[in-house]
Design a protein around this ligand. Structure first.
Ligand SMILES: Nc1ncnc2c1ncn2[C@@H]1O[C@H](COP(=O)(O)OP(=O)(O)OP(=O)(O)O)[C@@H](O)[C@H]1O
Ligand SMILES: [Mg+2]
Length: 272
């Protein structure tokens, strides 16, 4: 009884602290799934994020662009709790995940991440790479995990590689497996940090196709990429970062065709 009262009071406190444009209680249709609020992040004396605000609603596909060193990866890592922050907040469904206490493993299941380098386990087969997380963290049986993995392999077009080892795959195939592995945790949002930059040009397309499919299916995604054509096609919001701040953001047509700041004009001049 006492425990219940404590749980209720904690929940109420969290709701009071929470962001929510519609009030104090989280509403998925109105409030952002992820809210980054005045986020500051430093590595020792180097301030890398200098007050970043970003709101991502369910189903949004947000593409982050900007010059090297502007803080794009750091922002994704702060969202996924791979970095601690100095001030501000990161909220998920209206509750702070940066200021704890949160179950970090549970949070990482809900926020999937795919990196430039695939980080597949070399000693495990494709199937084992995909089923490891669901079996350990989602506690599903071997049969269920295998069925899920096969379904995801079909989705990324690689069912025939089920029993292969990562070193028997091309870069594009490894990255599609990395995406399937992240999806196996049934995340609410997927973060991608330059998923195609380490790939040979002819393999970029197959990975982008998988991501386009995800976008079409309504997956919420935050993507750091230099693929501007892809950004224009799938993003509903493009965010331009430079020097640790968001300089400009908007729908792709507006950002690419009517850039306002000199920084963005010069950046687009180099990448388009
Ligand atoms: N662990 C770390 N320790 C110290 N400095 C770091 C660390 N991680 C990143 N930085 C610094 O933070 C700044 C932002 O880095 P970040 O990787 O977020 O940039 P980025 O926008 O992703 O760049 P790129 O396009 O090259 O990937 C850089 O100056 C970088 O050197
Ligand atoms: Mg980066």
């Amino acid at each position: 009884m006492k425990t219940n009262a404590l749980a209720v009071s904690r929940r109420t406190k969290r709701q009071l602290d929470s962001y929510g444009v519609s009030g104090k209680i989280y509403h998925a249709e109105i409030d952002p799934l992820i809210a980054v609020i005045d986020l500051h992040k430093s590595f020792k004396s180097l301030e890398v994020l200098k007050g970043v605000d970003l709101y991502v609603k369910k189903g949004d596909v947000v593409v982050l662009i900007g010059p090297s060193g502007s803080g794009k990866s750091t922002l994704l890592r702060c969202i996924n709790q791979l970095e601690t922050i100095q001030s501000g907040d990161v909220q998920f469904e209206g509750s702070s995940i940066a200021r704890g206490p949160v179950d970090i493993n549970q949070m990482r299941q809900r926020i999937g991440m795919v990196f430039q380098h695939f980080n597949l386990f070399p000693h495990l087969t494709v199937l084992e790479n995909i089923t490891l997380g669901p079996r350990k963290l989602r506690k599903i049986s071997q049969e269920q995990a295998n069925a899920l993995a096969e379904q995801l392999l079909t989705r990324v077009g690689l069912l025939d590689k089920r029993d292969a080892y990562p070193n028997q795959l091309s870069g594009g195939q490894k990255q599609r497996i990395a995406i399937a592995r992240a999806l196996a945790m049934a995340p609410d949002v997927m973060l991608f940090d330059e998923p195609t930059s380490a790939l040979d040009p002819e393999m970029v397309g197959e990975v982008l196709e998988v991501m386009k499919d995800l976008a079409r299916e309504g997956m919420t995604m935050i993507i750091v990429t230099h693929e501007m054509g892809f950004a224009r096609e799938v993003a509903n919001k493009v965010v331009f970062m430079a020097d640790g701040t968001i300089q400009e953001s908007g729908v792709p047509e507006k950002l690419f065709e009517q850039p306002k700041s000199e920084r963005l004009i010069s950046f687009l001049g180099k990448v388009l």
